[in-house]
Design a protein around this ligand. Structure first.
Ligand SMILES: Cc1cc2nc3c(=O)[nH]c(=O)nc-3n(C[C@H](O)[C@H](O)[C@H](O)COP(=O)(O)O)c2cc1C
Length: 196
């Protein structure tokens, strides 16, 4: 399949079915992730694949964070809000937590590690789309909360770059209207005068 076709037709799919996708498809996504460009060849990504009860780790910590926002964390309002947040951890049968490791040497830049993981995530999303899986990259403030990191045994210097929700699509995404690339690009120089 043409890569440009895969890129054009990739969509974020927020609503997916509860049945577990084939493990081989998830492995293909993860393999593709590891081919992403990265500076100093540090391969700064780590992934945690959550399925079934594995998602409880997210649900529990997100619920704790939510309850902690309330003056009385035991109040009904706090419990209701926590229940709403908990449910978000079960929106897809597979959630891949994509993590950037901190710099492993003096020349390694933390931002570049995060960027490399972002490229890895895009590789995963493209593989998911090419295999008719629905996938969506989500973050939110909980992604950056040290308590979420701690729930996965990650020190604060690790970055959660995204939660990648994956499953079989349950709904068509709405049409999107993207600015064409020429609206985003300036061309400086010469050499293609005979081509339009
Ligand atoms: C770093 C990052 C974080 C995102 N976090 C969220 C999120 O928390 N919730 C959400 O609805 N969309 C989030 N998005 C946007 C979607 O993943 C998606 O890309 C967007 O809705 C555009 O849809 P499309 O990918 O089909 O073009 C995030 C995107 C990026 C790049």
């Amino acid at each position: 399949m043409d890569i440009l076709h895969i890129i054009r037709t990739r969509r974020s799919v927020g609503k997916v079915r509860s049945e577990l996708p084939a493990r081989a498809d998830i492995e293909a996504m993860l393999e593709a992730a590891t081919y992403a460009p990265n500076h100093h060849k540090v391969e700064p990504w780590r992934f945690i694949v959550l399925t079934g009860a594995g998602r409880d780790h997210l649900a529990d910590v997100w619920a704790d964070i939510e309850r902690g926002k309330h003056a009385d964390p035991t109040s009904d309002a706090a419990q209701r809000a926590a229940a709403g947040v908990r449910a978000k951890a079960y929106r897809a049968p597979v959630i891949i937590v994509a993590i950037a490791e901190p710099p492993s040497g003096p020349k390694v830049v933390a931002t570049e590690n995060t960027e490399a993981v972002a490229a890895a995530i895009q590789n995963m999303l493209l593989v998911a789309g090419s295999r008719s899986l629905g996938a969506m990259w989500r973050t939110g403030e909980v992604a950056y909360d040290p308590r979420t990191k701690a729930a996965f045994g990650l020190p604060p210097d690790h970055a959660i770059v995204g939660f990648i929700y994956v499953g079989y699509p349950a709904a068509e995404p709405s049409p999107r209207h993207l600015a064409p690339h020429h609206a985003k690009t300036d061309w400086w120089g010469d050499g293609w005068e005979n081509e339009s």
